[in-house]
Design a protein. Structure first.
Length: 252
């Protein structure tokens, strides 16, 4: 297993469990305890977890994992979601894409098509698409967020207000019928709302692990969303609750 993959699995495990010991992580990753200790120390120095004697805890660190460590989580589900979401995009459409691991997967699918205009605030998505001359690319400027590779803030919101999008896809960190769509960062939430305001059709891309979670900043109520594309891990009860809010739920 590559070092980056080990780091992603360690962070995911510690974030979900709240703590982990060296021996349990070594068994999980099928590596030596010495390797785990080195990985934990590096992640501690990066501020991504708190190293303890014999293991690690989340402590007071920000629970929003950087994009590079989230990309492996639920990867197959995100790929299925991306392909299902791409079916909603008509030929010649102007497509808005916020940042996130699932929207990044969608961008890779859309890159195979021609005649689309993609408007995005995610620098990693822009980097993937800029080499695709068949896709017209518009990059929204703003303040860079290192955790999500997104450009956010008032400048991004003003620029988005000048465009009309046929369909916008946003990623979320939390999704409930009561609290709607939420994310970790307030400015990111504001820019996500700007995408939705500029679009004729609003689509949330979220794997089923996001359902039932509420994070810091509210993006919008579910009544502002037309479609949710998720995976088959979503429960029937959750699907019914989302549908009662007027959302068309599509399981990939």
């Amino acid at each position: 297993m590559l070092k980056a993959d080990r780091a992603a699995r360690i962070l995911s495990h510690v974030t979900e469990a709240g703590s982990a010991d060296v021996h349990a992580l070594a068994e999980l990753l099928d590596v030596s305890t010495a390797t785990v200790r080195r990985d934990l120390q590096e992640l501690h120095e990066q501020g991504l977890l708190h190293r303890t004697r014999g293991g690690a805890v989340t402590g007071s660190v920000n629970l929003e994992l950087p994009l590079r460590h989230r990309s492996e989580k639920q990867r197959e589900e995100k790929r299925r979601i991306a392909h299902a979401a791409a079916e909603l995009v008509p030929d010649g459409a102007v497509v808005g894409l916020s940042g996130g691991t699932t929207t990044s997967e969608l961008a890779r699918v859309l890159a195979e098509r021609s005649g689309l205009t993609v408007v995005t605030n995610a620098v990693n998505i822009a980097a993937d698409l800029i080499v695709r001359p068949e896709v017209r690319l518009v990059v929204i400027g703003g303040i860079a967020r290192t955790a999500s590779y997104e450009l956010v803030g008032p400048a991004a919101d003003r620029m988005l207000s000048q465009y009309h999008l046929d369909i916008a896809f946003i990623g979320v960190d939390g999704l409930t019928a009561e609290e709607g769509c939420t994310t970790h960062d307030e400015m990111e939430a504001q820019t996500d709302r700007a995408f939705l305001r500029s679009s004729a059709r609003s689509v949330v891309l979220a794997d089923s692990t996001k359902a039932g979670r509420v994070t810091f900043a509210r993006i919008c109520p579910l009544s502002d969303v037309h479609d949710l594309v998720t995976d088959d891990g979503l429960s029937d009860e959750q699907q019914k609750a989302f549908a009662n809010c007027g959302v068309t739920v599509r399981r990939a």
